[in-house]
Design a protein around this ligand. Structure first.
Ligand SMILES: [Zn+2]
Ligand SMILES: [Zn+2]
Ligand SMILES: [Zn+2]
Length: 342
């Protein structure tokens, strides 16, 4: 008997969406044992590429393909439905892997600026492409980086999730950004940025274009955020301006490098505006998002026992206040190892 398809269920008590049920494994992918599927020469071990960037010799420098056990799938339709008082739908969408370099064992911080800019370009491309699908309300781009190992985890990569619902944290961020805007007619992030710049105690680094600081209410020890200095709600549209990815690349690498010095296990996520073109029940749902939301990157090191800090009672416990974390992160030498162009 065929396995039942996984479902997207809404927990009505917290209004969180949960993908439940067995993930479908793509039929044309086999297990190749210990070989790294992300290394050049092993492309047959992954689903076919959706996008590739290539160097002048024709060799790929970054590749995007579907995850072999996707959380969200393109086929079918959302089929929003009820089961008594409960809401559910099909987990339609996309789940893609971005391999950021052909070099095994290198992290994003070890790539050249132009290669990092290239990866940011690919993120932008995937977000814009998936947002053409009006069934999808959000596209997440994130990275779970673990200490280098001979296996897959050691190969720099990120994940892209296109989903018919908003991730919980985005839902919350959008709600409070809108609330702040409604009261003050100003962007919450722009206001916070102004205060961070004037107080300075939580600032870690800044350029003309970007600011990095430890947020006042840091949930994780040594959490570091990168925020564009000028208001912009959409990462993908902001990065379209000439030279923008090349401006962000060295800044992102140096921020990641500081956090990697605390722990080689790092979680990174880009928070950008939802898909404003998506189908939604009311046209004015996200009317003020371009003014009230501000894209940013959150970087969180997985310090020892980090998971213990979130108790089952739902509070975050962070033993290191943001001001103290900022002192440590500021002092870390941001100089990167010179790596030749790949
Ligand atoms: Zn590899
Ligand atoms: Zn703003
Ligand atoms: Zn955020």
């Amino acid at each position: 008997m065929a396995e039942p398809m996984s479902e997207l269920r809404l927990d009505p008590f917290t209004r969180r969406w949960v993908v439940t049920g067995k993930r479908h494994v793509l039929p044309d992918v086999h297990d190749y044992g210990d070989a790294c599927p992300f290394c050049p020469g092993n492309e047959r071990m992954t689903p076919p590429a959706i996008r590739e960037s290539r160097d002048p010799t024709g060799a790929w420098t970054a590749r995007v393909f579907h995850d072999r056990a996707p959380l969200f799938r393109v086929e079918g339709d959302a089929d929003r439905r009820a089961e008594g008082m409960f809401d559910l739908m099909n987990p339609i969408g996309a789940h893609e892997i971005v391999v950021e370099t052909p070099a095994h064992g290198k992290t994003l911080t070890q790539l050249s600026d132009s290669q990092t800019a290239n990866v940011l370009e690919l993120f932008r491309d995937r977000i814009l492409d998936l947002k053409k699908d009006r069934r999808l309300r959000y596209v997440s781009v994130f990275k779970h980086q673990h200490p280098p190992s001979p296996a897959l985890a050691g190969h720099a990569h990120s994940q892209v999730l296109g989903s018919p619902v908003l991730p919980y944290i985005l839902e919350i961020e959008l709600r409070w950004s809108r609330e702040h805007f409604r009261k003050h007619e100003r962007c919450l992030h722009c206001d916070a940025l102004e205060q961070e710049l004037s107080q300075g105690t939580r600032l870690v680094d800044r350029t003309e274009d970007f600011v990095a600081f430890c947020p006042f209410g840091s949930r994780w020890s040594y959490e570091l955020w990168i925020v564009p200095a000028r208001h912009a709600s959409s990462f993908e549209n902001d990065m379209a301006a000439p030279g923008r990815t090349l401006a962000l690349a060295p800044f992102l690498k140096s921020c990641l490098h500081r956090v990697e010095s605390i722990s080689p296990s790092v979680h990174m996520v880009i928070h950008t505006e939802p898909n404003l073109q998506a189908w939604k029940p009311a046209e004015d749902w996200w009317k003020f998002v371009p003014e009230d939301y501000h894209w940013h990157i959150e970087i969180q090191p997985d310090v020892e026992g980090r998971r213990m800090y979130l108790g089952p009672e739902g509070f975050h416990f962070n033993p290191i206040p943001a001001e103290q974390a900022a002192v440590v992160l500021r002092a870390l030498d941001p100089e990167l190892e010179p790596i030749p162009e790949t």
